[in-house]
Design a protein. Sequence first.
Length: 420
Amino acid sequence: MSLLAVGINHKTAPVNIRERVSFAPERMNDALRELVSTPSVSEAAILSTCNRTELLCNGGQKASNEIVDWFQEYHRLAPGEVKPYIYVHPDHMAVRHVLRVASGLDSLVLGEPQILGQIKDAYAKAQEAGTVGKMLTRLFQHTFSVAKQVRTDTNIGSSPVSVAFAAVSLAKQIFSDFSKHTALLIGAGETIELAARHLHGSGIGRIIIANRTVEKAHALAEEFGGYAIALKEIPSHLAEADIVISSTASQLPILGKGAVESAIKQRKHRPILMIDIAVPRDIEAEVGELEDIYLYTVDDLQEIIQEGLKSRQEAAKQAEEIIDTQVIHFMGWIKSLDAVSTISQLRQQAQQIQQAELAKAMQQLNNGADPEKVLQKLAHAMTNKLIHAPSAQLRQAGYDGRAELLQAARELFELKPSDN
């Protein structure tokens, strides 16, 4: 029995390789069943994201080569195309790798929380396909527990390390109760999507998304219970916004001083926080001169990001210590499995002795024997038979000078040192 983590990620392979080895969600069940059909693999789960594709398996001694060969053949790749980028982590290294990934320590953005949800999805799909058993189930459960501990006991995810996170963190410093406020997001790209996700997760009251392509804005707004508008409609809705975050690819400003002045008048000079993440800028620099407008650019956020990154790096050190301990605990559980069959045999042997002696005692009672004498005889016979084999082995160990076996017996049976 051997645990293996086999795969590629953003550190080992460029995107043109990573996209060629991703697993389509609709084919995941078939892929999992095909993987466990290889001779040395008994359990398997597949994690496939934009930044990594990993196969987590339980298998025999030949599993490593078989998994790599299957991986290449499944994606119709020649050995030289992907093999240089593949890593193979066995046993405790596999456990450590999975725990680090789930805790966000191996992510492109240190400490990002999305990967844990993706691992949970991978486990659910493996359960659905019937490709996980005792070993991987225990590993996944342990992984979820450790990832939660890392989140609870460290600040790995609390400090902003992305522009979108930094923008929302800045907004939270200014507006104490998000539920009473409205955010206007200009654009519909990845940064705005992340900002919308952070705002929604922080309980923002309302989200308006403006984009040149209204259909794209509508798709994003629908995900977060927001409202979509076209860019030309911004002046009509700007007065509703307490927070404006903009990130488009426009070569010209989207918001000018005049439109913002008009919005401030409609708001009766209630302030607006404006964060312009775009390069070139979406909001005219002169807007920052207006009273009741707090305008920040992407450069202003860099200090927040650097402080957040430093904080997460410190938290990552604490997380590594937690993971070191938890790897030992899990490997201890694996080692304990070696004792299961021995314990089972010992229990079975004791039960056989118990049943045989109990049958004799019952027969004696049925024949009218004195119950007290029958019980005494039963206890005596069971004691003798249970300790006969250990006693004989210990006597021989003493004769042979095997002090280590005698010491092991004292530990096993919790015997106190003799007075002699």
